[in-house]
Design a protein around this ligand. Structure first.
Ligand SMILES: Cc1ncc(C[n+]2csc(CCOP(=O)(O)OP(=O)(O)O)c2C)c(N)n1
Ligand SMILES: [Mg+2]
Length: 576
């Protein structure tokens, strides 16, 4: 309370004064920032109150990491920087993982953190929550700035916003020392110091020669493939991308968060024939997708022996040739590049060879048919496929709902089984495969889209952000969480070979995560069969009431690390 009292004074003193608190709020409002995700405390408690009073939505979390993941995904969904607000040192560090995650995933986000007194921090004299936050943040984000004077708040925000959203988007750190908030200045001068950012993410047009080169390569292809990445989903160029795919007649493969850009049920979707198209294609056009580990770096067994040519459409020139040679780099923003490609294709583009599309469709039908009976199983205890079979239908019936997904088996199997029908409806762990994004993403998705959210969570994954069920209840958000409870990480069956402690991958058997939701006034359900699960999820999606369904899954059903067990290092020594 001393905090609040000390800071009230200047405001009351004179009509024509303003201060750091007000200038920060004004800078945000001037630039269309409507929502802050954060955790209060010194030196930002009053700022949060004042921002809320000024009409900014201030969502208070239980841990900064979850607020940070919320801000990061808000950036992905809106193309505006998501804002995370934290206290100094420990709060800042808690938010930093999300900032690094935003940068890695190319989501625009600004982590705004209060910080302690520069004079004391720099002399390392042991201030309250002392830390050189700017220096720490610099290595983990796209840009990092500190504002020392109230008169620079406008410029500070303009720089942060531009850095976050222009070019390849990413995380930006903005350091606001405690003293800044109370700094007083002339109100008129303050108003003039604010900057409205014009055209924050200017279009970056591709060179005409790069478009011609790319189309020449694509035209000569006999087995072309288009890979859509989450950069393509971010671009919000949905109609143009659909037109490009359909006009070209090329099969497309959506990366995880690009699912739904065109429906997974589209006749050209090669999602269910992934290994075939990677191996057999001769020309691959990457659109907002990077050749990182998720695409096996564009080489090796997954890509087969046949020679391949790569066309890459990306806003970041440094992305070209990152792992292998790109014969046709197209550098520019995805919307402009796709529009230029469409234009260059003209009115009588010859579609990709029908025998290739036919071969891909046949493989896809074969794989879908193989999967079908597994999705209809009624095994007791439930396995992943039985549970996902019902959830798949629910998502089909509710294509506007947002799906959040994390875990290992829970992630990989959900991604494979659940078709998406609309763009930016699937949110997940992203480039790092990070656990903990679940509740932050669910909250931000509900806030930013106003649509119901279905979060399909491994029991381990859920644990990283589980306390935010209180946040979901507090704001009464239409979030339905399904915890795939298999008693542990990957499986619940491991045993300790040497002592009485549980094995490192197992949790309390028979845990009831649904009780966590009940503790805060939400609906909790324990579901042991696909039928029970279906009823509970439908009820939750209809009511919009915060709900957590503990879906009891056979502890033996999962596999080590889901689909990426091959990445585990193996000991060459004989097992004892
Ligand atoms: C921040 C973070 N810590 C640890 C991991 C390692 N990790 C990968 S998946 C996973 C949990 C998998 O278990 P669960 O969520 O229960 O899914 P299941 O395979 O059991 O369905 C963990 C801990 C990670 N990816 N990210
Ligand atoms: Mg599990």
């Amino acid at each position: 309370m001393a905090e609040a009292a000390a800071l009230k004074k200047p405001e009351a003193e004179s009509e024509d004064l303003t201060d750091g608190f007000n200038l920060i709020i004004d800078a945000m409002k001037l630039n269309g920032i409507e929502t802050i995700y954060g955790v209060p405390g010194i030196p930002i408690t009053d700022f949060g109150r004042m921002a809320q009073a000024a009409g900014i939505r201030v969502l208070s979390f239980r841990h900064e990491q979850n607020a940070g993941y919320a801000a990061a995904i808000a950036g992905f969904l809106t193309k505006k920087p998501g804002i995370c607000l934290t206290v100094s040192a420990p709060g800042f560090l808690n938010g930093l993982t999300a900032l690094a995650h935003a940068t890695t995933n190319c989501f625009p986000m600004i982590l705004i953190s209060g910080s302690s007194e520069r004079e004391i921090v720099d002399l390392q004299q042991g201030d309250y929550e002392e830390m050189d936050q700017l220096a720490v943040a610099k290595t983990m984000c796209k840009a990092a700035y500190r504002v020392l004077h109230a008169a620079d708040i406008g410029i500070g925000f303009a720089r942060a916003i531009r850095a976050a959203v222009s070019g390849r988007p990413g995380g930006v750190y903005l350091d606001l020392p405690a003293k800044l908030f109370g700094q007083v200045m002339n109100a008129e001068a303050g108003r003039k110091s604010l900057v409205k950012v014009i055209d924050a993410a200017p279009a970056q047009l591709p060179a005409p020669a790069s478009i011609k080169r790319a189309l020449d390569v694509l035209r000569a292809a006999r087995k072309p493939l288009i890979i859509l990445g989450k950069g393509a989903a971010y671009a919000q160029a949905d109609e143009a991308i659909k037109a490009l795919v359909e006009k070209s007649g090329v099969p497309f493969l959506p990366m995880s968060m690009a699912k739904g850009l065109l429906p997974d049920t589209h006749p050209q979707c090669a999602g269910a024939a992934r290994s075939t198209v990677l191996k057999d294609s001769d020309v691959v056009m990457l659109v907002g997708a990077r050749l990182n580990w998720l695409l096996s770096h564009g080489k090796g067994k997954a890509w087969g022996d046949a020679p391949k040519k790569f066309i890459q459409v990306d806003i970041e020139p440094k992305e070209m040739d990152s792992n292998i040679e790109i014969v046709a780099p197209v550098v520019g923003d995805i919307g402009s590049c796709v529009a230029a490609l469409l234009d260059g294709m003209g009115g009588n583009w010859t579609k990709a060879p029908a025998d290739w599309m036919g071969a891909v469709s046949a493989k896809r039908e074969e794989n879908v048919a193989k999967m079908a009976p597994r999705l209809m199983n009624n095994n007791n205890p439930m396995d992943y496929h039985g549970a996902l079979g019902v959830l798949r239908t629910i998502v089909k019936e509710r294509p506007d709902a947002v799906l959040v997904n994390e875990g290992a088996n829970t992630l990989d199997l959900t991604r494979g089984v659940i078709d998406m029908y609309k763009p930016r409806k699937r949110l997940d762990v992203g480039t790092w495969g990070v656990m903990g994004i679940g509740m932050g993403q669910a909250i931000a998705a509900a806030i930013e889209t106003g649509k119901p959210v279905l979060a399909i969570e491994g029991d381990s994954a859920f644990g990283f952000s589980g306390m935010e069920v209180e946040t979901i209840c507090r704001y009464d958000l239409p979030v339905c969480i399904v915890v795939f409870n298999n008693d542990g990480i990957y499986r619940g069956t491991d045993v300790n070979k040497a002592g009485s402690d549980p094995a490192p991958t197992v949790f309390v058997k028979g845990a009831r995560y649904d009780k966590m939701m009940e503790a805060f006034g939400g609906t909790g359900v324990n579901a042991t069969t696909p039928d029970e699960l279906k009823r509970a999820v439908n009820a939750a999606m209809d009511s919009g009431k915060p709900t957590l369904i503990n879906a009891v899954i056979d502890p033996a059903a999962g596999s080590e690390s889901g689909r990426i067990g091959n990445l585990n290092p193996q000991s060459q020594l004989k097992k004892k």
